[in-house]
Design a protein around this ligand. Sequence first.
Ligand SMILES: N[C@@H](CCC(=O)N[C@@H](CS)C(=O)NCC(=O)O)C(=O)O
Length: 206
Amino acid sequence: MLTIWGRKNSSNVKKVLWCLEELNVPYQQIDVGGKFGKLNEPAYLRMNPNAVIPCLQEGDFILWESNAIVRYIAAKFGKDSLYPADLQERASIEKWMDWVGCNLFPPIKQFMISFIRTPEEQRDPKIISQTLAEIAQLLKIVDNTLSSQPYLSGAKFGMADIALAPLVYLWLNTGITRPSLPNLARWYQCLTERPAFKKIVMIEIS
Ligand SMILES: N[C@@H](CCC(=O)N[C@@H](CS)C(=O)NCC(=O)O)C(=O)O
């Protein structure tokens, strides 16, 4: 049985749980991080010295970094669906996973901290507008890509969609003013029809 350490409302934990649900893999999830704390306790730090979630535990095997975990799960349980054998096809998907982690996650994290988790009267409008402009600029690249393919992963749903969508969910569902990105909106709408996306990603934001 796989164990996933991490609170369910973290966008990086959502990627992992969503991937497991898509592949019908049994797992147990343990709440740590956020209001549950424990990330700086020695037992957790022994598993993940970065003191962040998610972390996968499978017997003695420990894995951290959400995209690495998604890749591992897809390779182990989703060879016929989420993990293309063709190297170029797979690399094109992994490129987007890295892009999400390196480029999009930092401003999304800033948005979470300075907007979602800061009371209205303490928010800094300058930081928020700069962060939102940065996110919009990045998501325009995605929107442009989605003008010629149905999924970020290409012709079929895949790991790149799993890496991106939990972050986009935050951006679309927090009542901010956003530019219209029609291809991204069509892609997101299509994902909302997936039962695993509804169950894991479309939950209360905090
Ligand atoms: N690059 C890491 C980032 C992990 C990360 O920053 N996780 C956040 C939650 S999304 C975290 O652990 N925050 C502290 C907390 O939840 O208490 C990954 O993709 O796994």
